[in-house]
Design a protein around this ligand. Sequence first.
Ligand SMILES: [Zn+2]
Length: 287
Amino acid sequence: MLYNAKDLMLEAEKHGAAVGAFNVTCMATITAVLEAAEELDSPVILEYAPIHDEEGIISLEEIGPAMVAMAKASSAKVGVHYDHGVDFDKIKKALDMGFTSVMYDGSILPYEENIENTRKAVELAKKYGASVEAELGKMAGVTMTNDHVVENRAIDRSNFTNPEQAKDFVEKTGVDMLACSFGTSHGLYTSAPRLDTELVKELRQTAGVPVVMHGGSGVSAEDYRKVITNGVRKINYYSYMAKAGGEAVRAEMPEDGVLFIHDLYKIAKKAMKENAKEAMIRFMNKQ
Ligand SMILES: [Zn+2]
């Protein structure tokens, strides 16, 4: 069933839980994530990030319609989200395809410009009944600007989201959820992340909307528990699931070295599904 991300978030809030938003890059990732959600009876968000087009992996035009169709056909509650949008044509294209939420990422822009563009994204999404995520503060790790990929591994507290600014930003833009910087990083972690979990609580209270955590794979069980309890309702998760898929293929390489592409997908899907399930169980925040 296709759901609006905002509704999934509000429901998660009632249960003190978060919804996993899994980036998908092929049919194997879509089916891995959906089967995991169906078996656990967990809500889920399928997410497409334009960085995967930039890297030559798959385009929105190729995978977007499949994401929406498979979300509709699933027995789980599924949101379909466009991640890290910087290009309004692409954001509109995703909405035309039936995506139920979009992110506008103006985090690298001057504050007023981020407000202005985010407001434009909110107006556009409203016409489709879709919800909008925006970003305030700067995330470390691999990210994308208008047309190129940038990498900045340093986690710098001065880039963390400011609660007062978050309040002002949400009031001026009308966004439904806010991606905040509080210590996570995109991609694989080179050292254990140190999250400011108290800042999450403050941000949730001042901003008045659910907090989104990017760079959500590779975080300790304890930190997941704390940030969800403090107001994170959407967790973007990809790198460690994708790595689990790749590692399974390497581990199960046939002795004769002959590997067919369909077997590769099958092995990777099984491992990614298990990894997604573990993440979903954590996000339910019951343990
Ligand atoms: Zn992100």
